[in-house]
Structure formats: C-alpha cells, structure tokens
Write a protein that binds this ligand. Structure first.
Ligand code: GLY
Ligand code: MN
Ligand code: MN
Length: 432
C-alpha cells in the first residue's frame, strides 16, 4: 500500500498545468540537530514529498514545463560508499532517474551550474522561502543573474511567486490512495487508543501510557507519532500542549490522550478523555456530555458544500449553551458568543485540515469571513473541548467558577473525511 510513480507523475502534471511558463523549485527538508553531532531522524518536506515521493535530504526538484527536454529535473546526493556506510543508503543519480520519473538527474553539487538553463526561458520562479536563509539567498542570486540578462534577451523570470496557493489546494483534496493511507494511520491510532484505555489505571504514570501508545504506532507499521503525544491526567488536561507526561494517575482523574500516528507520512490525530477509575464524577460527566454533544453536532456539519466555519460555530453554540445550563456562564447565548466570553473555557478552534502535515496545507477562507466550502476528499479534525484551568479567570461580568469544577479538561477529537454524500469518521473505532 503506497503511492505509485504514476500518481506522483500525475500530481506534477496537474501542478505544471497551472504553472504556465514558470519554473518551480522545491527543496527537500533540512536535517535537524538533536544535540552536538547527532541529528533527528529525517522527515521529508511535505510539498517536496507530495510532488516527488523522494525521501532523502540534500535534494532539489525543478519543474520547468516550458523546457524542451527536461520538464522534471532532480538534484540528489550522489552515491558515495564511504558516506553511505555512515549515514545510510542513497538512491543516487542513476537510480533516481530510473525510479522517480525525472527527465534528468544531477548530483546536488551541480545545482548552480545547471539551474540557469531551466530558469532562462521562464517568466517567473515559483519558490517558497524556506527556513534556511542561505539557500533562499542562493535562489535570489540566480534570479538576480537572470534579470541582469533581461535587457539583452527581453525574457526571463520577472517575479518570484510562492507556489503554495497553487499547490496546496491540490494537497487539500485527497486521492483514493491517500485516503487509504489516512485510513491506515487512523486505524493504527485507534488500536493505540484502545490499548491505552485498557492499560490506564490509578498508579500508572502518564509516560507509561504514552509508551503503550507509541509502541503500538511502531509495531503496527507506522513511522511513529504524528506529533508529541499528549497524555494529560488531572489538571494537566487543561494545558493544551502538555507533553511532559510525567504525572502518576490518581483515583478520580480524567485522562486526556491526544495522540496520532504517521503512516507513510500521512497523519492521524485523535483525542479521547476518560475517567481512569472507570467512573465519572457528576461534574466530569456533565462537562463530558456537553463536549460530546458539541462534537457530534459539529461532525454533522462536515459535508460537501457546507462552509468551513459551520462546524466550529455549531460546536461553540452547544458548548456555550451547556456552560449556561450549568451556571458556569451567565447571560445571553448570542452575546457571550459575540463577545467571546466563553474563551476562558474554550480557546481554540474546532478543527484543522489533516494530511501530510498534521495541521495540513490549504487555506480556510477566500479572504476574511469568506469561508471555503467542504468538498469530497477533504479531511478535517473535529475537536471541541472544555478546559477549566484550576486558576481560570472568568471573562468580565462572568461568575467565579466554583471549586468542584476546577481542573476538569475534556477534548474529543476525530478525523473526518468528506465524501460525496456526507462524511466518514475515519477514527470511529475508538469509543466515546
Ligand atoms: N494534537 C494536535 C492537534 O490536535 O491539533
Ligand atoms: Mn490532536
Ligand atoms: Mn487536531
């Protein structure tokens, strides 16, 4: 189960069809230092991977649809046995040409030599300014050189354009094969959450629950966690990105687990919250039921042609009504929403695109307050929550929160695929 060469070619062709006479340059991800001379495991840049399927550092892809012979060019690390002995196998120039569909492949150290011939007949350069400024400067110098020639030639790349607005709408709509991989990532994470639920009990440490989850990610064939796993018991559930995972679970705690895995670079992102001793307190149950209702109602709004904001708006509405019913908020529903007086309890949005990135590429609006519509192939998370921090500061004019409610944090998150007729919850195998 993987994306084949034909699909990568089709993606490049679809992207090139939108490029006119531009030349696009994509760079592989840099290596990240863990400490001293030890690096983190390599993780390819998502745009680069989407278009090439090539999974090595120190690589550049050039798309030049106007070039007569070489519409797709790769620059890669050459084969060097002594280096490969230390840092691993490289595809190399010859094999990259045979396996990755490039019209021409050069060693990466020849980039400056060969790039000009792919730029000179273009009308603009599509390049996303990356994190490494020295590489950005290198591309800008190429641009400058081309523009020095402009007076004589009367043609050349007169602008640099970010490729994201062209490429990311493609990444947003998942192909059948991508959906298969996302379903697999969802299934592995579902197994992990079920295993964590069976394992968690008073006396166990958060990091032990984390180990159960991440063990499952690898044993089931995933690459590992999609983002650092959040295993947050008791008050820790009120910290959105709690990743220390050091506390011992206590009788009466809620445990919030937000953990997803990466499978062939496609991600899942699941949150469940449950009582570690098997029984909610009255307050915990009241909060949980509000969040669950908000989540179920929000999921109903994930369907073709519905604007992206609807599922968030309905979730906020249900959460605020629930908090009003409990007396934790007071006043008029619409006014509380308009003035955002619920924000001490709910400070994030209800979801995000999901795919090669956990917070995946693609715009949410076409300009302010003009939300995009869902379409089949979109994948979004739906993740409302209520967080009553022990030190919660109510919004102006709102009541103090009584002691018995403090320290309760609940989030429920599923991954939802938009289908032609509605939606499919990819992560439904985890109970809620
Ligand atoms: N765990 C990341 C997120 O839910 O957005
Ligand atoms: Mn999450
Ligand atoms: Mn999420």
């Amino acid at each position: 189960m993987s994306i084949d060469a034909a699909e990568y070619r089709q993606r490049r062709e679809a992207f090139m069809a939108k490029m006119g006479n531009g030349t696009a340059i994509f760079r592989s991800a840099p290596m990240a230092v863990m400490h001293n001379d030890v690096e983190y495991g390599f993780r390819q840049d998502s745009d680069f991977y989407y278009l090439t399927g090539f999974n090595e550092p120190e690589a550049v892809a050039v798309l030049a649809p106007h070039h007569e012979e070489h519409r797709y060019v790769l620059f890669v690390q050459p084969k060097e046995l002594d280096k490969e002995t230390w840092t691993g196998y490289r595809v190399g120039v010859e094999q990259a040409k045979a396996e990755f569909g490039a019209d021409e492949v050069y060693p990466i150290n020849e980039l400056d030599e060969h790039l000009p011939k792919y730029l000179k007949n273009s009308d603009r350069i599509l390049y996303h300014l990356g994190q490494e400024d020295s590489f950005n400067q290198r591309i800008l110098r190429h641009w400058q050189r081309q523009m020095r020639l402009y007076q004589k030639r009367g043609m050349g790349p007169i602008a640099i354009e970010d490729p994201s607005p062209t490429l990311h709408p493609m990444r947003q709509v998942k192909s059948a094969k991508e959906i298969e991989l996302m379903r697999k990532a969802a299934n592995i994470a579902a197994i992990a959450h079920n295993r964590a639920m069976a394992y968690a009990k008073p006396g166990v440490y958060e990091y032990q629950v984390q180990a159960e989850i991440e063990h499952t990610f690898r044993i089931e064939g995933g690459l590992g966690f999609a983002y650092p796993s959040i295993v947050a018991s008791g008050d820790n559930a009120c910290i959105l990105h709690y990743i220390e995972n050091t506390r011992q679970l206590q009788e009466g705690d809620l445990l919030l687990i937000d953990a997803g895995c990466s499978y062939q670079y496609y991600n899942s992102d699941i949150t469940r919250t449950f009582p570690v001793s098997g029984q909610f307190t009255k307050q915990q149950q009241a909060i949980y039921e509000i969040v669950l209702e908000a989540q179920l109602k929000a999921i109903e709004e994930v369907k073709p042609d519905n604007p992206y904001n609807e599922f968030h708006d309905i979730a906020v509405c249900v959460l605020v009504q629930g908090l009003l019913d409990l007396g934790l908020l007071q006043g008029d529903l619409e006014e509380i929403i308009k003035e955002e007086k619920y924000k001490p309890f709910y400070m994030h949005r209800t979801g995000h695109w999901l795919g090669l990135d956990v917070h995946d590429a693609g715009a949410y609006q076409h300009g302010e307050d003009n939300w995009r519509n869902f379409q089949p192939g979109h994948v979004v998370t739906v993740e409302p929550g209520i967080y009553i921090n022990p030190n919660i500061q109510p919004a102006e004019g709102q009541p103090e929160v009584p002691e018995e409610w403090r320290g309760i944090g609940v989030r429920i998150e599923d991954d939802v695929l938009v289908t032609t007729t509605g939606h499919e919850v990819l992560t439904q195998d985890v109970p809620k």
